[in-house]
Design a binder for this molecule. Structure first.
Ligand code: UT7
Length: 333
């Protein structure tokens, strides 16, 4: 039995936070943000719109586009670092309930920006082992809930959103996911961290006073390591599978920073047409970034049935991952 990438869906909240808006909030400029990151705007969820709400909208689309009923889904995996609740129940359980998926195994994955490819690897293993037939995987983030909007080094980067895919069993090897690399190095855990609440810093007045509930990042160090690690990882996965970068119509990297994407794309000698870019309009949506980008090229008609995709990502943990796979869904009409 093989696993195939059966469908994609995404949800983008309607509220836009532009660079001009941020200029009024912190000491920054549109010019600095675009030059250093490529980001022009990002979307922010409403105050009463939580991670599971966005995930549900993306998931319903993905299930419909796979031509399935919710009762066909036999595993739900949600990648998020901005769950509805720290730390239980899992957001996957809440999503299942809101969609009407009953009595099915559901759990979250915490791998920050690498979460969606981590979830893909879990789905692949469950499907190939014969344990599950149709796995709903989700990357969903309400990053605005952990961003300090007085910190100019962080608040310009992140946005909210959700993406979802159905990974299904198939006997046709041509449709199958080809390969996934996923890795981690906890010795860099202080590069990207939300210090509280957790066992190290349980909720307290001190946590609030010091803003330990907000995400912190060693941006420049993370940037350098991301370029080095991703370049090696994508070269390795291509070489291992005897595929050349020119044969990849869609290189879909994690959308953290245009300069990281460009550096890795250039190292692979990718053309502009091959590289999918959504960072300008969505910012960094962490685990949601790759499925939102896949959905973008799907809905615009660029992604066709059978097209090869190369995914790569890097994030808190530190974690990183890449995946090589054909799109096995139906081309949009
Ligand atoms: O998704 C998970 C993985 N995350 C990433 O891969 C993100 C990786 N990092 C980055 O994308 C970049 O490091 C940033 C965009 C976060 C920062 O860009 P940078 O080129 O690494 O800038 P920097 O941190 O070295 O800062 C350069 C200068 C500093 O001023 P001084 O010390 O040179 O006077 C910062 O204080 O830019 C200043 N700065 C800003 N200036 C205007 C930092 N943020 C801003 C800002 N507006 N928003």
């Amino acid at each position: 039995m093989y696993a195939k990438f059966h469908s994609i869906g995404a949800y983008v909240p309607s509220k836009v936070l532009s660079n001009a808006d941020l200029e009024k909030m912190v000491d920054t400029t549109d010019e600095w943000i675009i030059k250093r990151t490529g980001i022009k705007e990002r979307h922010i969820a409403q105050s009463d719109e939580v991670t599971s709400d966005m995930a549900v909208k993306a998931s319903i689309l993905a299930i419909q586009r796979a031509g399935l009923d919710v009762s066909d889904i036999d595993l739900v995996v949600c990648a998020t670092v901005t769950p509805d609740y720290f730390n239980m129940p899992a957001t996957a359980c809440i999503i299942s309930d809101k969609i009407g998926i009953k009595n099915v195994q559901a759990f979250d994955i915490s791998a920050a920006c690498s979460g969606f490819i981590y979830a893909l690897s879990v789905a692949k293993a469950f499907v190939e082992s014969g344990m599950k037939k149709h796995v709903l995987i989700i990357g969903a983030e309400k990053f605005s809930s952990i961003v300090d909007y007085t910190d100019r080094t962080i608040c310009i980067l992140f946005g909210d959103g959700a993406g979802a895919a159905v990974i299904s069993a198939t006997e046709d090897k041509n449709e199958a996911l080809i390969d996934i690399h996923a890795s981690a190095d906890g010795s860099y855990s202080d590069f990207l961290v939300t210090p509280a609440p957790g066992a190290v810093h349980p909720a307290s007045q001190e946590v609030l006073d010091k803003g330990l509930n907000f995400v912190q990042m060693k941006g420049n160090e993370t940037f350098k390591l991301a370029v080095k690690t991703l370049t090696k990882d994508v070269k390795d996965i291509l070489a291992k599978n005897n595929i050349e970068s020119k044969d990849i119509p869609h290189f879909i990297p994690h959308q953290a920073n245009y300069r990281i994407i460009k550096a890795v794309g250039d190292a692979l000698k990718m053309t502009k047409e091959q590289v999918v870019l959504t960072v300008g309009k969505y910012g960094n949506t962490s685990a949601a970034s790759i499925p939102m980008a896949i959905n973008d090229i799907y809905e615009s008609g660029r992604l066709k049935k059978g097209d090869l995709m190369l995914l790569d990502t890097f994030g808190g943990g530190l974690t990183w991952a890449s995946a090589l796979l054909p799109f096995a869904g139906e081309t949009i009409e």
